[in-house]
Design a protein around this ligand. Structure first.
Ligand SMILES: *Cc1c(COP(=O)(O)O)cnc(C)c1O
Length: 396
């Protein structure tokens, strides 16, 4: 059986987790900070906050940026529902905007058209998604965001190790915090780095970083400098000048959550991260082989191609008879997948007023897209088998 994506757990990974399990901490220990620092270093940002999953990362990001009742936030319909749902968790309103049919990414020009026709202040933020691993040009989005006073949460779940090249010719890693206020990642098994469940928020903004740490743990702080209650209250008896807060004391200052990560997952994350570059190289090689195999084939109407900086979480092709190909591949034990059913046409969002033809390009894309097997341990023989099966199907 050949799936579309798969984790790669090595003996080293297992040893790392076993070691963490024998340590003093199962959760809230030092391995989490170590993973956060290693991840921030890999991405090239100042701060990273590990959380229980990518969806929690989105939720906390929306909270930290202050999304509240009725706040309008723009995102793409071609994404996993969580990119939009995080706005709903905070009572905000999701405004979908259509994709660029060539890149499959949120189209910055369409977003600009949306912003132009409303008074400034109508929208609060944008959640662009590095869909399939292709990096969004965040420099362009930042320009718009600054003009209209918006924040940006980059959903980089598909793109650790991806980058785009900015107008100065500099490579900008996905999630590096240069253009987006916050970026989020997932460590679900199909993603580049697998920890079972897991997520990360990256930023260069110290204030947001501190807020996220607090929100991750119930809204509790142990920072004596910002305590609100008096020392006398904290101690529970009369105090004299110069007495300080007792060791046990902490304060819950805002409504937070328990979105913590665990130490043994962090150990797995560190071990996985050490092979991240290898994984990307293998993904690029797989993409290149698909690209060569499909170039000039009349039955392929679009494909992920060879794109500089693409992290290749997915390799997507567009074909006319998509369901036929999907079923044929399944008969041959190749489990391709569809990414994504347009989010605005999920019954939940239809109930909020979204309907067919609202996002014509995303809807057209959905009718033809299919994601082919793409993961580092996919062998050459397996990939050839996939390519041959597709060719055979269209020549029947
Ligand atoms: C996987 C994914 C998420 C959610 O991550 P979880 O860890 O599964 O909660 C969010 N956005 C995108 C684009 C994803 O692919």
């Amino acid at each position: 059986m050949i799936p579309y994506g798969k984790q790669n757990i090595t003996e080293e990974d297992i040893q790392a987790v076993a070691k963490a399990l024998k340590g003093d901490f199962l959760t809230q220990g030092p391995t989490i900070l170590e993973f956060e620092q290693a991840f921030a270093n890999y991405i090239g940002c100042n701060y990273a906050v590990a959380v229980s999953n990518g969806t929690a990362a989105l939720h906390l990001s929306a909270l930290a940026l202050g999304v509240g009742n009725g706040d309008k936030v723009i995102t793409t319909p071609i994404t996993f529902a969580a990119s939009a749902n995080c706005v709903r968790y905070c009572g905000g309103e999701v405004v979908f905007s259509d994709i660029d049919p060539d890149t499959y990414l949120l189209d910055v020009e369409k977003v600009e058209q949306l912003l132009k026709v409303s008074p400034k202040g109508t929208y609060k933020g944008i959640v662009p998604v590095d869909f399939a691993g292709r990096a969004v040009n965040l420099e362009a989005f930042r320009k718009l965001a600054d003009e209209y006073g918006l924040w940006i949460i980059e959903d980089a779940c598909h793109a650790p190790g991806g980058y785009f090249t900015d107008s100065k010719g500099q490579k900008q890693n996905c999630g590096n915090g240069k253009y987006a206020d916050l970026a989020i990642f997932s460590f679900h098994p199909v993603k580049h780095i697998a920890t079972g469940e897991g997520g990360m928020i990256t930023t260069n903004d110290e204030k947001l970083y501190k807020k996220l740490l607090e929100l991750r743990t119930h809204g509790i702080t142990r920072d004596t400098a910002i305590f609100k209650n008096s020392v006398e209250f904290a101690v529970g008896q009369s105090v004299k000048e110069g007495d300080s807060y007792p060791g046990w004391y902490m304060e819950m200052q805002t409504l937070g959550y328990n979105y913590r990560f665990t130490d043994f997952q962090a150990a797995l994350g560190i071990s996985q991260l050490s092979r991240a570059n290898q994984g990307i190289e293998r993904r690029k090689a797989i993409a290149s082989k698909y690209n060569t195999a499909f170039t000039g084939k009349e039955y392929i109407n679009g494909q992920s191609g060879n794109i500089d900086g693409h992290a290749y979480h997915l390799y997507v092709i567009e074909v006319e008879d998509r369901v036929g190909l999907y079923n044929y591949l399944r008969e041959h034990k190749i489990f391709a997948q569809i990414h994504y059913i347009p989010c605005h046409l999920m019954p939940y969002y239809r109930d909020l007023g979204w309907k067919e033809n609202d996002m014509p390009l995303a809807e057209q894309y959905y009718k033809h897209c299919i994601s082919l097997p793409m993961y580092p341990t996919l062998t050459d023989e397996e990939q050839s088998f996939v390519i041959d099966a597709i060719a055979t199907y269209f020549k029947k």
